[in-house]
Design a protein around this ligand. Structure first.
Ligand code: ADP
Ligand code: MG
Length: 699
């Protein structure tokens, strides 16, 4: 048996069990060996019940004395209660609410390992655990395997379908017994310097820790074996990133000149004084543009921090050097906004900006494309339409991509290929911790705008349940009476706009006829044509509309400083990042802005999201909460993000190891101990990591 052997070859795994494992992404022996315990129990010297103290987390091994659905009068509560005792003869009571299903699990005399928080029930005077984890120890194990589950530090696995921690432990053990030791690919010098155990030892020990193991280290994921395997996973990932990055660095690029003339033009264009953060960032960008290799820079900044003007400054540099700039936006509304903005500020310098989206007619498009191809347009703003094959640039020098997380790496490439190694500036409002950014956008350098333009008042965010909507409306009336404008937003559920559109339409009728008959109410959703959308947006911008009812098409980029109020309906259905983005549409002017989150039914996760938003307007904090609430897998979600599902490492729990691995990987790729070491590493990444990480191929 080797690592690639399918799990069906393991004794005890038939088709049904294989399917349960497959559902967890576990198909081969290596997969199951990578399925590491999330917790360990020391069952080598467990306390007796008599030794337990209330308040502690403890493991107890005891026998079932009695078990029953307890004598509550309301039986449907289904409180299941089991009483245990051990050699100390003391009693431990375990309780499970809605535990009726346990009636067929526990039988008198069974030996059980129980884990949970010990409490003292002052009513009965007994030691109790509510909803303990448990593992039944008496069973039909084959010879020798019973010792896997007691008398040692025992690994606890997350169940896979109906496969319990116990059976997973047995399978893992069987694989470890029959697989021949695996090769260690980590460079020897690195292993020696960091004093890392060998790969095979680490794999073995992470499942079955040696007898003298420190339980606290294990449960903090910092045993030597855990450290080694976490480090290794991050190291290869970061090596892949570093390789991709160094490859991008060797391409020839455009060395733009930033002369006094260019500086004058920039000054002429600026409608306001840039913040210190904007100044710092534009300097980083200008330095990159001057260098004779392609810029690959990520510009991060919270919603409203003023990324667009920075992009416009970069565009001026490109244009003054005789090149064109392209601006790629994820939605038509955002593209239209950008085109409007660029026309306004770059028009002052006599530059021509064109807008290219899917909703123009064939003839219009052809005309626009000609302008771009002949170099008569200096800036082309657009949606995916900009990526079409027949869009050709006369001389593309700068590609600006807004709201990166909406575009795949390949699309980024699609735009870049319209020039000869143009400079690339990617903008995103999803702030992520720096190390993560380095990993996620590993081939990009990162600039951060960490300061809002002056005079902004933090948005006041409130939560209201839908039965209090009348109060929300009267507050809206008062705001509008003071000359302000308001958004009312409906969620888009699962990418389908239809439902949200209906809700928005209905609400539009209701608000315009019944609630605010004297006010001008507008409607905006994804099904409107581009010109209808633009018209609605324009009327709202001019103040002809006081209220704009919308689906989340306004999520990104819309910029109307006089709009100081946003009501988000069914806020419980939005994700944190999306709510934060939406909220960023207000708070752009001098007036105090408000965001009201209206909810219907909430679960715990939704309540936590709402609480986070009411409490904070800090994008970094919100982003971190989002990461915590959803977990890295969901947070980075789509494959396009390029960050894979990690198996052992966890970027939330292990940022220190990630940072170390990143430093070591960068050093290793830049100065490998020998050509041979590097060749081996590259081959290993290509064979083992390319599929998972798609790192080495793209870019
Ligand atoms: P985002 O980073 O979300 O894309 P924008 O570029 O749309 O932010 O800027 C938000 C608003 O702030 C715009 O109305 C913009 O004109 C304004 N703004 C940006 N920078 C400054 C500044 N330094 N001083 C004053 N207003 C600014
Ligand atoms: Mg923006």
């Amino acid at each position: 048996m080797d690592l690639a052997t399918p799990l069906t070859y393991v004794k005890g795994i038939g088709p049904a069990r294989a399917a349960m494992l497959e559902a967890k992404g576990l198909a081969t022996a290596e997969d199951l060996l990578s399925y590491v315990p999330f917790r360990y129990e020391d069952r080598s010297n467990v306390k007796t019940i008599a030794q337990l103290a209330p308040g502690e987390m403890a493991t107890v091994i005891a026998e079932v004395r009695s078990a029953k659905l307890s004598g509550f009068r309301r039986r449907n509560l289904g409180l299941f209660e089991a009483r245990f005792s051990d050699s100390s003869r003391a009693i431990l009571v375990c309780k499970w609410f809605h535990g009726g299903y346990l009636a067929s699990v526990f039988a008198e005399g069974m030996k059980v390992a129980i884990f949970g928080k010990i409490e003292f029930d002052s009513y009965s005077g007994e030691l109790t655990i509510l909803h303990p984890e448990f593992e039944i120890l008496s069973g039909d194990d084959e010879d020798g395997e019973a010792s896997l589950h007691t008398g040692r530090v025992v690994p606890i696995y997350e169940a896979a379908g109906k496969l319990t921690t116990r059976i997973l432990r047995v399978f893992t053990h069987r694989i470890l017994e029959s697989v021949s030791p695996v090769e260690d690919y980590l460079p020897e010098s690195l292993r020696a310097r960091l004093k890392l155990p060998g790969r095979w030892t680490a794999i073995h020990d992470i499942h079955f820790p040696p007898p003298d193991s420190d339980l606290r280290l294990l449960n903090a994921f910092r045993s030597q074996a855990q450290f080694r395997l976490i480090f290794e996973e991050f190291f290869w990932l970061e090596c892949g990133v570093a390789l991709k990055r160094s490859k991008a660095r060797t391409l020839p690029g455009i060395a733009f000149e930033v002369t006094e003339r260019v500086r004058e033009k920039v000054k002429l264009m600026l409608p306001f004084k840039p913040t210190d953060a904007q100044k710092r960032v534009i300097k980083e960008i200008a330095d990159d543009m001057k260098a004779p290799r392609p810029m690959n820079r990520l510009l991060q900044g919270d919603v409203g921090s003023g990324k667009t003007i920075v992009a416009a400054e970069a565009a001026v540099i490109a244009i003054e050097n005789g090149y064109q700039a392209a601006v790629l936006a994820p939605t038509e509304i955002l593209a239209a906004q950008h085109a409007f903005y660029f026309r306004q500020i770059l028009g002052k310098l006599g530059y021509v900006t064109v807008l290219l989206t899917g909703s123009f007619s064939g003839r219009e498009k052809a005309q626009l494309k000609r302008l771009v191809a002949e170099g008569l347009a200096h800036v082309a703003v657009g949606t995916h339409a900009l990526l079409e094959k027949d869009v050709e640039f006369h001389r593309l020098g700068l590609a600006i991509i807004d709201e990166q997380h909406r575009f795949g790496v390949l699309q980024r490439l699609g735009l870049v290929q319209k020039g000869v190694h143009p400079d690339v500036l990617v903008m995103t409002a999803t702030p992520i911790p720096r190390t993560l950014a380095m990993t996620l956008y590993g081939d990009l350098d990162v600039s951060v705008i960490d300061q809002l333009p002056p005079g902004r008042k933090p948005i006041v965010t409130k939560h209201a349940t839908s039965d209090r909507i009348e109060q929300v409306y009267s507050f809206m009336k008062r705001q509008i009476a003071e000359g302000r404008q308001a958004y009312v937003v409906y969620p888009v559920i699962e990418e389908s706009e239809t439902q949200a559109m209906k809700a928005a339409e209905k609400e539009y009728q209701h608000l315009s006829r019944e609630v605010f008959p004297d006010l001008a109410v507008g409607l905006m959703h994804g099904r409107l044509g581009a010109d209808e959308k633009e018209a609605a947006m324009q009327r709202f911008k001019e103040g002809a509309l006081q209220i704009l009812v919308s689906t989340t098409v306004i999520e990104v980029g819309v910029d109307v400083p006089n709009a100081s109020m946003m009501v988000i309906e069914q806020a419980e259905r939005f994700g944190l990042a999306q709510l934060h983005q939406l909220r960023g549409r207000v708070g752009r002017g001098a007036a105090q802005s408000y965001c009201i989150l209206v909810t219907e039914k909430m679960n715990d996760a939704a309540r936590e999201r709402i609480r986070t938003l009411v409490e904070s307007t800090d994008g970094f904090y919100i982003s971190e909460m989002d990461l915590k609430l959803r977990g890295p897998g969901e947070f980075f979600g789509t494959k396009q993000s390029g960050l894979p599902a990690l198996r052992i490492g966890n970027i939330l729990r292990d940022p220190d190891i990630l940072e170390l691995a990143r430093r070591e990987a960068v050093d290793f790729i830049a100065k490998p101990p020998s050509e041979d070491d590097l060749r081996r590493a590259v081959a290993y990444i290509r064979d083992h990591w390319q599929r998972r990480y798609g790192l080495v191929t793209v870019g």
